[in-house]
Design a protein around this ligand. Structure first.
Ligand SMILES: Nc1ncnc2c1ncn2[C@@H]1O[C@H](COP(=O)(O)OP(=O)(O)OP(=O)(O)O)[C@@H](O)[C@H]1O
Ligand SMILES: [Mg+2]
Length: 253
């Protein structure tokens, strides 16, 4: 379980808070999608959960305990993080990239190699062919999959994914979304997934949290958000695709 209770964050030197009074719960095994436009505070929220950023006020709980009471390294090990942008280490092979965390926590080489093979197969890469290659030899979609494999390597309970498919074309994106849906079924992780794409949110979420300018507009199931938008912002956001289609129809007629 992840819980945020009245969390705010004002960065040093900034007049307005990046996050204001944010309260959210992510249940065990649930995928919560943080949805909102650029600058609304999605990355800041994820980074506060694994203590890359300290909140200005409020509390964050993981596994029923305030994250300030967790040993920070143990906390980060229990949380896999897929960074915004691909963020693979360019001078490490794919196998080394996948095994960064297992190496940090001292897994022996044999165990790391076995785990790397298993994960590469899971993300549809060939361990023999692709394991020794470098990130620049892989396509963008393959690199993004490696980012996901790297986050899963030490089998964390939690997964924070920050626009992991951000830079991809629509087709690759939707095939990776399907893979994540499959992974979810197999792995039963608690996931916070960040996106600015409402269709990606609808494809992946158990619940969606809509953010706007550092505030939570609404959190709910897909049906709740679509059928009962709590604010004009949410209504407008989810009404947009239909309006765009109507506008095209009008142009064509
Ligand atoms: N280190 C920092 N110092 C000052 N301001 C920051 C810092 N990091 C983020 N901000 C500001 O906080 C706000 C939220 O940023 P954040 O990166 O969380 O947005 P985001 O929702 O992830 O956006 P995007 O979709 O573009 O990635 C922005 O206005 C940003 O400029
Ligand atoms: Mg971001």
């Amino acid at each position: 379980m992840i819980g945020l209770n009245r969390v705010s964050k004002t960065f040093t030197g900034q007049a307005t808070p990046a996050i204001q009074n944010l309260s959210l719960e992510v249940a065990e095994g649930e995928t919560l999608v943080l949805l909102g436009s650029s600058g609304c505070g999605k990355t800041t929220t994820l980074k506060m959960i694994n203590r890359l950023i300290e909140p200005t006020s409020g509390t964050i709980m993981v596994d029923g305990r305030d994250i300030l009471q967790h040993d920070v390294l143990t906390l980060r090990r229990s949380i896999g993080y897929v960074f915004q942008g691909i963020g693979l280490f360019p001078h490490m092979t794919i196998e080394e990239n996948v095994c960064v965390v297992p190496r940090l926590i001292g897994w022996p080489r044999d165990r790391r190699r076995r785990r790397a093979r298993e994960l590469m197969e899971m993300i549809h890469l060939d361990p023999d062919r692709d394991g020794p290659r470098y990130p620049r030899h892989l396509s963008g979609g393959q690199q993004q999959r490696v980012g996901v494999a790297r986050a899963l390597a030490a089998d964390p309970c939690y997964l924070l994914m920050d626009e992991p498919f951000g830079a991809l074309d629509a087709l690759t994106r939707s095939s990776l979304q399907e893979e994540i849906v499959e992974l979810k079924k197999q792995l039963n992780k608690t996931i916070v997934f960040v996106t600015h794409d409402i269709f990606e949110a609808l494809a992946l979420a158990d619940r969606i949290a809509v953010m706007h300018e550092g505030r939570l507009e609404q959190v709910g199931t897909k049906a709740e958000i679509i059928n009962r938008p709590a604010t004009p912002f949410v209504a407008d956001l989810f009404g947009k695709p239909a309006r765009q289609l109507d506008a095209f129809r009008e142009q064509l007629s």
